[in-house]
Design a protein around this ligand. Structure first.
Ligand code: ZN
Length: 204
């Protein structure tokens, strides 16, 4: 990825930042796809530092038997280990879904410079949907927050994933029902008696 090489002319800093944000979010989207491929809810994250990828992560609580293994935490841990520091003030984290309260606090503890997310999470989002921990001046002095970058793509990944899961569930239910229907019953045995049987010769 190239940095903001040209800041002159009609291309302003804001435009360059937008392009860079989208490019970073596309890396996070690729990570989210990785999560979907292993059956996890598709959320992905990437940690950037001075325009470079430092670490990536995708959602994996089921695989890891770890309820804290959200994409942000996985990426954050990799970044902190790589940099040998529990504080990451030069880093920005991009994540496809609005962070939950656990991730929001972890990112603030790590003193991330900025957190950028894609889709809103109306049930657990802690960056404005349910509450906004980043906006609390008592809790947060370091981390800027921004949402809505490639929100439609990020959200579509989740919609497709859950639609596929619902379809699998429906098919499983239909298949269980079909198996239940072929269990033989007494009525079936009676009906199976051939009508051409010379009943007169057997029965008294
Ligand atoms: Zn989280």
């Amino acid at each position: 990825m190239t940095g903001p090489a040209n800041t002159s002319g009609i291309t302003g800093i804001a435009d360059i930042r937008d392009i860079t944000d989208e490019a970073a979010m596309r890396i996070a989207i690729d990570q989210a796809r990785n999560a979907g491929l292993v059956g996890e809810v598709p959320v992905g994250a990437v940690v950037m530092r001075r325009g470079q990828v430092i670490a990536t992560g995708y959602n994996r609580p089921i695989t890891e038997h770890d309820p804290t293994a959200h994409a942000e935490i996985v990426a954050l841990r990799h970044a902190a280990t790589l940099l040998g520091n529990y504080r990451l003030p030069e880093c920005e984290l991009f994540v496809t879904l609005e962070p939950c309260a656990m991730c929001a606090m972890a990112l603030m503890h790590a003193r991330f410079k900025r957190v950028v997310f894609g889709a809103l999470e109306p049930k657990t989002g802690a960056a404005g949907s349910v509450l906004n921990l980043f906006d609390n001046s008592v809790l947060n002095h370091h981390t800027a927050i921004q949402g809505g970058v490639l929100a439609d793509e990020c959200s579509q990944l989740l919609k497709d994933f859950f639609a596929e899961r619902r379809e699998q569930y429906r098919q499983r239910r239909a298949s269980d029902f079909a198996e239940a229907e072929v269990i033989p019953t007494g009525d079936v045995t009676e009906v199976a008696v051939p009508t051409t049987t010379p009943l007169d010769g057997i029965n008294p």
